[in-house]
Every structure is written in C-alpha cells, then in structure tokens.
Design a protein around this ligand. Structure first.
Ligand SMILES: C[S@@+](CC[C@H](N)C(=O)[O-])C[C@H]1O[C@@H](n2cnc3c(N)ncnc32)[C@H](O)[C@@H]1O
Length: 512
C-alpha cells in the first residue's frame, strides 16, 4: 500500500486517539492505523484520508466523530463465558459472599460491564445470576453494560449471535438460554435480555461515577480486555475513577493479561488459582485488613485458594518507554454539579464544606461525610451540605441514609427543584418508582426547564411501558438541550455534558 500519511501525521493521530479514546497506537501499529483511517475516511464519506484526519485531530473533535471512529479503531473480540475461571469465581465465591454479608442489609447488587463490546460478557453475567435466582429471590440486581462503539452496542441490544460467540461455552448454556433465530443464529431469551441495560460511555471522556448514568455505588466492575489497549496514563485514570464508582470492598475484574502490581493503587489484589481480582480498599472489611500480603480467598471449608498464576506486568507499562507518542494532554478533572458550586476561600482556613467537596471529588466518601457532619454541627440547616451528604451516601450505596439526607435538605428549601430531583433519583434507585415519578413531577412543577427531570421521568416511564408519556418527556429534554452547547454541563448532573445527554436520548429512543 502506498503510504498516504507520513510519520508526523501518524504520530499526531495516535496522540489524538490516546487523548480521545485512551487507545495506544505505538509506531509498530501505525500500518494498521493507516489502513483503519483509510477505511473510516471512505465509509464515513470524507473527501480523502487527510480530511478525515484533520477533522479528527481538530480541537475538539465532535463526540459523534469519536464514536464513529471507534468502530474502526477498537477491537471488539469477545465471546460468552470468556476466561471462564472468572465466572466460576463469581458464581461460587463472590456472589455467595455478597449474599452472606448483606443478609441483614440492603439486598442490592450492582454490576457494571465497562467495555462490553457486543454483549457476551454482561449476558454471561446475567445468565449466571439467573441460575442463582433462588438464592437472590428478593434482591434488586442491576447490570449496566457500556461501550464506546455504537455498532457493538446495537448488536448487543439485538442479542442475536452465531456459533462463534459460543466457542468455549458448554452446550447447556446455548440450549437453555437461546432460541434459534434462523441461518445458524441464536437469540437470547427475553427474560435474560431485559436484565442488562446498555448505554454508551467513553471511559476516557465521560463523567463517572454519576447518578445519571447509574455508575455510582457499584459492587462489581468487569473491565476485561479493555485497559490492555490503553496507554498507561489513560488506564491509570480509568482505574482511579473506577475506584470512585465502587462501594467499599467492591471488586474490579480485569483479564489475566491486565493484572499488575503497579496499575491498581488503592486496590488490594485478591488471588485465586488462575485469576486475580482487585478489591477497593476502603473503610469496610478490606480497610481493616493488613495491606502487605495479597488477600487469598478461602473456600467454604476455610482452605486457602493459593494463587497459581504469576502476576504479570501490565504490558503498556513497558511499551510506553521510548514511544514517540507525545505527552498526552491531562484529562480535566470532571466538573461537579453546579448545585455543589463553591465560592473561593479567603485566608488559610478551609471550611469543612469545601474540604468535604474536595474529598467527595477524590472519591474519599467516608472522610467527606465526616467533614460534612462537622459543617452540620455549625449549621444543621445548611442545604448545600445536606445535598452533598445525600450524594455521598448515594455513591456509597447507602440509599436509606441518602434519602434521609435529601429529605432533610428539602425541609430547608422546599422550592428547590434540584433537591426534589435528587430525592427522585434516590427513590428510583430504591425501586420506588411511583414516589420517584411524583418527586420528578414536583421538580418539573418548580422548574419546567429542568432537562434532567424530563430525561429521568422519560426513562422511568419507558421502563413502566408508558410509551407516549415517555416519548413526550424525551422530546421535551431534547428541545431543552437545544439551548445548550454540546460541552455545557447539565445542572444537577455531576458533570454530564449536554452533547452526551443528547446522544444518550437519541440512542435510547432509536427503537421507540
Ligand atoms: C476486546 S473488547 C472486550 C470485551 C469484553 N469486555 C471481553 O472481555 O470479552 C474491548 C472493548 O472495549 C471497548 N473500548 C475501547 N475503548 C473504549 C473507551 N474509551 N470507552 C469505552 N469502551 C472502549 C471497545 O469498543 C471494545 O468493545
């Protein structure tokens, strides 16, 4: 192939791709990169590869273009029960342990498959949980599955697969959970399909944790075979954010080739034969454990499962040395909700509220709550502090406390649409949909232009099968979004961009 792009172009392109999507294209992959850009330029209707490249490297490229390009640059390889050991551990160790620990607490389990490709990973999890339904009869289980690649997400939502996706799964898996869909294709049964909620999240760009995207208070994050394609800097940032999304003691699943002693600060390795998971260090059980020795899981008989597998070095840590890729631009810290906006501090003494806010943004939720309580001893009716306390508890998964905090906040300011919205989101997470809808309607009564209230009410109505009402509120949200620029932050959203919400609505309503 004649070279259409020179090394300077390719270096610029790979830096831009690393910045926008996290993906690592060292010089050894530039030939493939050039081919991918050529195909993208042809299929996306650009005049030539140079026009495609200059649009993509413009500052900033549109989110639509980033997602369109992701279809040519990402590797979507996946299959059911991939690295089956992890699913065995999930079924035999992790879920029983969670059930045991929460016997008297809130029976909620929140799982996120980040980088889910065409859905085989989250659906494998769903099938496994369905097999355990007897033990989880009164549990509220949610599985969120996200990816950057819109084609993959479309396929995932369709849930129709060929034999290739079942290449290592046992026969019962396909026989019991899929039905023939013609031409050697198999469709996942609807009751499993509806256990998984798909949405588009770019792990590099989007704001998480967030109540809006449901990426808060997660128990288990599966992000397997994703970080291995990222530059070390982007991988580290993503891992840091995952930490904020996880509950104390929550677990991160990466693939065996991504395990690393260096990449997971703030996590303790948990060793199983042939697999290592990462447990968030917190103030829960893991916080009380000693950190020097990797944790070894014990089976029911109290016997240790000793790690048989060596802990590999994360490949990118080596690859980056000597790479001509320029220094990446730092990812801006995600902005917080304007409802939590602070005023600059004069003098040396930082007020407890602002210290709490900083701790909250760092994901140090327990310390943030302590600081808020200091603030509340000074003024027990501090609305901002109570609203922040509510968000802190929500991110920790303490929904009853979050609800109480939101109600205390509302008692100080009954006319705040933002506080009614916050209460609605908590009620929704608790599965109290009617109460959530009422609270959202109150928020809209007080502020009919509140985009997030329209969006959340629409999602709620869609879930309840109220198609017409839902469509109406989605349309309202879309027309209100026209007043925003794509990079404006939506009020009360914990930092979500208007452009992103518009895309989420478009994707959600595509089949309505
Ligand atoms: C190899 S697949 C892994 C699928 C599945 N987790 C598994 O282990 O079988 C990697 C997935 O990561 C997604 N991905 C790559 N960069 C991403 C980003 N910046 N944000 C979200 N997803 C991304 C790709 O689109 C692709 O679907």
């Amino acid at each position: 192939m004649k070279h259409l792009l020179d090394d300077t172009d390719l270096a610029k392109l790979s830096t831009c791709i690393a910045g926008q999507m996290g993906l690592f294209f060292p010089p050894s992959k530039w030939k493939t990169l050039e081919q991918s850009i050529l195909t993208a330029a042809n299929e996306l209707g650009f005049k030539d590869v140079h026009e495609c490249m200059s649009r993509f490297t413009s500052d900033p490229p549109s989110k639509e273009l980033i997602e369109a390009m992701s279809c040519y640059l990402t590797i979507g390889e996946t299959y059911f029960l991939r690295e089956i050991r992890y699913f065995e551990i999930l079924e035999r160790q992790i879920i029983p342990e969670i059930i045991k620990n929460r016997r008297d607490g809130e029976k909620r389990l929140r799982i996120w498959s980040a980088g889910c490709a065409t859905g085989e990973e989250p659906y494998s999890i769903a099938i496994l949980l369905h097999r355990m339904r007897e033990a989880m009869r009164d549990w509220d289980v949610s599985i969120l599955a996200t990816d950057i690649n819109p084609h993959s997400l479309r396929k995932a939502r369709e849930a129709i697969y060929t034999d290739w996706s079942f290449r290592t799964s046992p026969q019962w898996f396909k026989n019991n959970y899929f039905r023939p869909a013609g031409d050697k294709q198999y469709e996942l049964l609807p009751h499993i399909k509806q256990m998984v909620k798909f949405s588009s999240i770019n792990l590099v760009e989007d704001c998480y944790p967030s109540l809006v995207t449901g990426t808060n208070a997660i128990d288990l994050i599966f992000c397997r075979n994703v970080l291995m394609y990222f530059t070390p800097q982007r991988a580290a940032t993503v891992v840091e954010r995952f930490k904020h999304c996880l509950m104390d003691d929550g677990l991160l699943f990466v693939s065996p080739c991504e395990t690393s002693n260096a990449l997971f600060p703030g996590f303790d390795p948990v060793s199983f034969p042939d697999a290592t998971l990462y447990r968030k260090q917190g103030t829960g059980e893991s916080g009380k454990r000693g950190k020097s020795e990797p944790e070894k899981w014990r089976n029911g008989a109290g016997e240790e499962y000793l790690s048989l597998s060596p802990i590999h070095r994360f490949p990118d840590a080596e690859r980056v040395a000597g790479s001509p890729i320029q220094e990446e631009t730092p990812i801006p810290r995600f902005p917080h909700s304007p409802a939590l906006e602070t005023t600059p501090v004069q003098g040396a003494e930082i007020p407890p509220y602002q210290r709490a806010l900083t701790l909250y943004e760092q994901g140090a939720y327990t310390e943030a709550a302590e600081m808020i309580n200091v603030q509340l001893t000074q003024d027990s009716n501090d609305t901002r502090a109570l609203a922040l306390l509510c968000r802190i508890y929500a991110n920790e998964g303490k929904l009853a406390e979050a609800l109480k905090a939101s109600e205390r906040a509302l008692a100080t300011d009954k006319l705040s649409s933002g506080l009614h919205y916050l209460r609605a989101v908590i009620l929704q997470e608790q599965g109290m949909y009617d109460g959530a809808a009422t609270a959202l309607k109150k928020a809209l009564y007080l502020d009919q232009d509140m985009v997030l209230a329209h969006f959340t009410l629409a999602s709620l109505e869609q879930r309840q099968g109220k198609v017409r009402e839902s469509q109406l509120h989605f349309n309202n949200a879309l027309s209100l979004l026209d007043k925003y620029r794509p990079d404006d932050i939506i009020p009360e959203s914990d930092g979500m961009f208007a452009g992103r919400l518009r895309e989420i609505i478009r994707a959600t309503t595509a089949g309505m």
